[in-house]
Design a protein around this ligand. Structure first.
Ligand code: PNS
Length: 182
């Protein structure tokens, strides 16, 4: 480690930027695994800015507005959490919001390759941006937004897997889909 990078690290840890982290994702929808990472992230960072991706490659079930609104409601009593949607590059979003730390959840080895690539790319685009990986509680390691949607669509119980507002949102989407078929 060069002397410069050591100085940078110390500066980040004690700076305003180092007290704030961006937690980006598709959140289609947010699950209790995400909530767990955010809640534990708040033990480390003074503020967490949740960045909801507007245009994921796959067509999302919930619009960016719906996903953002649900997350805002879930954290409505936590003034240290802010929620915004974003398009474009994550590094630009972080820079525009004066943040230099990104949090990502790592559930299993299968997540690693994608996260590794993304972190290296982000680091190339902005070497000042650091990524911190957090493991969710063991009871959420199997959980993903896609699995929640599938289980719900097929009639399984998702009560322990998502906040109540998300379950209600999924119920509504299912009703809309059923209405459009009949
Ligand atoms: O919840 P996800 O889908 O795993 O989150 C992925 C996300 C939103 C973090 C990632 O797709 C992202 O940062 N997209 C913004 C575009 C970008 O910056 N791409 C370059 C890095 S791969």
């Amino acid at each position: 480690m060069s002397q410069n990078s050591k100085e940078d690290f110390t500066a980040l840890a004690y700076s305003e930027q180092g007290k704030k982290a961006v937690y980006p994702g598709s959140f289609d929808p947010i699950t209790n695994g995400h909530v767990d990472i955010i809640t534990r992230g708040l033990k480390i960072f003074g503020r967490i800015l949740i960045a909801v991706l507007e245009n994921p490659v796959k067509e999302p079930l919930f619009t960016a507005e719906e996903r953002t609104a649900m997350i805002k409601e879930i954290f409505s009593r936590e003034p240290r959490v802010e929620v915004k949607s974003f398009g474009g590059l994550l590094v630009d979003f972080a820079r525009n919001h004066d943040a230099r730390v990104v949090i990502r959840g790592l559930r299993a080895v299968s997540d690693f390759e994608y996260e590794f690539q993304m972190t290296l790319m982000n680091h190339k685009l902005n070497p000042e941006l650091e990524t911190l990986f957090m493991m969710p509680s063991i009871r959420y390691t199997f959980l993903s937004s896609n699995m929640v949607k599938e289980v719900h669509r097929l009639g399984g119980c998702i009560r322990d897997l998502v906040p109540p507002i998300v379950e209600a949102g999924l119920d509504e989407k299912k009703r809309q889909a059923e209405r459009s078929i009949s």
